[in-house]
Design a protein around this ligand. Structure first.
Ligand SMILES: [Zn+2]
Length: 320
């Protein structure tokens, strides 16, 4: 029996998924809603129980498993294997998850944040397959990135590289919850885009947007704006164009800095498809320097929800 299977864990805000993974194939999976767990101890026990069930189902002794890879939301020390904080789990503070798992399950354990893990998955098996230099970003409520340089994840000197959402786009601007002002996230994050669209709507009473939102401006979401845009609504198309332009300006800076072969865009907003990607691509070509601009492809993430598990498994293989 070859050592080619990995236990992968995706610790998300909505679901916790534990899987047995081989390459990019998810052999078996257990999914538990995160809200089931309130306390740190419950959550750790729940995950360990799921790992044991998977191993039993697969009739695979622990000695034939490469290790455990964990991708998680929240702040992580990937070197020491600490998850500093997990939202809604009481008692979770600076938890040495690597130590706890290695002691309890006797398998080498690695942990990193969800965006880095996604970048690994997309880089090895997904939209960046074959490329050496990749910028992988997720755009939703927040904006984050995983950077791959020469096929290696770049983590930075204090392991916090990739915070592209907090790259300032101007001298002034809106105060951001990171403490900065004018961060990229305050231009392209979900809530900011929706707020701007509400302003754009003034004077456009015939726009479909409010109709789709049942006349409740608070119900407007990027998903609804994509629907309105695909029905030809001019305000929605303009809202995406604006957001794409802002994102493109930030990415033009990243293109000049990193000279990547491919930029992979994932997260909820990538669902807007051409309405977002066209202005992003156009802006990069216009605003980045011509040599790196010509070299870069901008593509949509491919692996969807599975990227978390496939990338967590890759985290273990990377260490072999
Ligand atoms: Zn910020």
């Amino acid at each position: 029996m070859k050592k080619d299977h990995v236990i992968a864990i995706d610790l998300g805000g909505t679901n916790i998924r534990v899987a047995l993974v081989k390459g990019q194939r998810i052999v078996d999976k257990i999914q538990i809603p995160t809200r089931v767990y309130k306390k740190k101890e419950q959550l750790l026990e729940g995950i360990m129980g799921a790992v044991k069930v998977l191993l039993k189902n697969a009739k695979r002794p622990k000695s034939k498993i490469l290790g455990i890879g964990i991708g998680t939301a929240g702040l992580v020390d990937s070197q020491k294997g600490i998850i500093h904080h997990l939202v809604n789990i009481s008692g979770w503070k600076n938890v040495h998850i690597k130590k706890i798992f290695e002691k309890a399950l006797n398998l080498p354990t690695y942990v990193d944040n969800d965006v880095n893990v996604m970048a690994l998955a997309e880089g090895v098996f997904g939209a960046g397959k074959g490329a050496s230099n990749i910028l992988c970003i997720t755009v939703g409520t927040g904006v984050g990135a995983g950077i791959i340089i020469d096929k290696q994840l770049y983590r930075g000197s204090s392991l916090s590289a990739g915070e592209i959402g907090h790259m300032p786009l101007g001298i002034g601007g809106i105060k951001c919850n990171c403490g900065g002002t004018g961060c990229m996230e305050t231009f392209v994050g979900n809530d900011y885009m929706v707020n701007r669209t509400r302003k754009l709507l003034k004077g456009h009473r015939r726009s479909l947007i409010l109709k789709l939102a049942c006349n409740k401006p608070l119900e407007i979401t990027p998903k609804l704006l994509t629907k309105a845009a695909s029905l030809g609504d001019k305000v929605a198309i303009e809202a995406w164009k604006q957001t794409g332009r802002y994102l493109g300006i930030a990415l033009a800076g990243a293109v000049n800095l990193l000279n990547p072969e491919v930029i992979i865009i994932g997260g909820g907003m990538a669902g807007a498809g051409k309405f977002l990607f066209e202005p992003v691509k156009k802006t990069i070509q216009k605003r980045a320097m011509s040599v790196p601009a010509r070299a870069v492809r901008v593509v949509k993430a491919k692996l969807g929800n599975d990227a978390g598990l496939i990338g967590a498994a890759e985290l273990v293989r990377e260490e072999q």
